[in-house]
Design a protein around this ligand. Structure first.
Ligand code: NDP
Length: 284
């Protein structure tokens, strides 16, 4: 029987801590502002942007939504980002992804000042993470580290298998788990004997995007299982990469979907916004 890792509770704790942090800054006359750029009107993006704005409201961060039309050109978007980079009243810049077809997200990410890159996607932020320098950390993997630490899951000397090697989850996750002194394996679609590789893990982290792909045949008894997946099952219900019902009896700890990793991402975005005050030298 596994401990259920409660992402709702832990994300709420983090948002409360950020709220305390912004209150302390306010006492020094500092207000933090997050600019959220949305290009087009993709309904899922609109929901994500609204959730981020709600979290800002709760944590005492001012959020400014910059809505740009679907037909915005790359040049227009880059020029808007340049303005936000130069605006001393803006501490964090987030461009909601995915962008409409025809826009180059990589170039847009590179255009954001690394001092305001609260998503942690800029190559400079990624580089800083990999060599242990201060900088913004990608929110989803940073949230997983908080789940692991606050649930008391030991990482030192443990085998960690991460399935997925994307730039926003798998790769930064690997860097962070190395820093937690785990022995890290990154698996992907070309990995031979994936179930066997996964069964080596004391901590198994799945970031694949395939509904209920990981049953107990992928899990060593007693392993901690962290599921990043956000998928729909055959009935259209939200589910993870892990077959929760099947794995729950054999794992020592497990994240549910929803209510596990999902809520952590926005909480860590708020933490990054708070961190911007230090990164920008507004406070020590
Ligand atoms: P990507 O599609 O960018 O990456 C998926 C990774 O999974 C790739 O590295 C791919 O391998 C690997 N993969 C795909 N199929 C298999 C397979 N059959 N066996 C082994 N590996 C496989 O996804 P993301 O990293 O962006 O997201 C992963 C999941 O996490 C998604 O469900 C997404 O919705 C969710 N997510 C959740 C977030 C949250 O806030 N909770 C935030 C971000 C993502 P290869 O590289 O070889 O193609």
């Amino acid at each position: 029987m596994a401990i259920i890792i409660d992402g709702k509770k832990i994300s709420a704790q983090i948002k409360d801590e950020v709220r305390e942090g912004t209150a302390a800054l306010a006492a020094q006359g500092i207000t933090l502002t997050l600019a959220v750029v949305q290009v087009g009107e993709d309904p899922a993006s609109t929901v994500y942007v609204r959730n981020k704005q709600k979290a800002c409201e709760y944590t005492g961060i001012v959020s400014v939504k910059i809505a740009m039309p679907e037909e915005t050109t790359q040049e227009e978007l880059l020029s808007r980002i340049k303005e936000l980079n130069a605006d001393p009243g803006v501490n964090g810049i987030l461009v909601q992804l995915p962008l409409p077809k025809g826009l180059n997200a990589d170039e847009v990410i590179r255009a954001i000042s690394p001092l305001k890159d609260v998503d942690g996607f800029h190559p400079q932020s990624v580089g800083a993470l990999s060599i242990g320098l201060p900088g913004f950390k990608s929110c989803t993997p940073a949230g997983i580290i908080e789940l692991i630490r606050r649930t008391g899951i030991e990482t030192e000397g443990k085998e960690c298998v991460i399935v997925g090697r994307s730039n926003i989850v798998g790769k930064p996750m690997a860097m962070m788990m190395i820093r937690e002194n785990a022995t890290v394996t990154v698996a992907h679609s070309r990995t031979a004997d994936l179930p066997g590789v996964c069964r080596r893990a004391d901590i198994l982290i799945t970031a694949v995007g395939k509904a209920k792909m990981f049953g107990r045949d992928y899990v060593k008894p007693g392993a901690a299982v962290i599921d990043c997946g956000m998928n729909r099952d055959e009935n259209g219900k939200l589910c993870g990469d892990v077959d929760y019902e099947d794995v729950f009896p054999v794992a020592s700890a497990i994240t549910p979907v929803p209510g596990g990793v999902g809520p952590m991402t926005v909480a860590m975005l708020m933490k990054n916004c708070l961190e911007s005050a230090r990164i920008q030298g507004l406070v020590r």
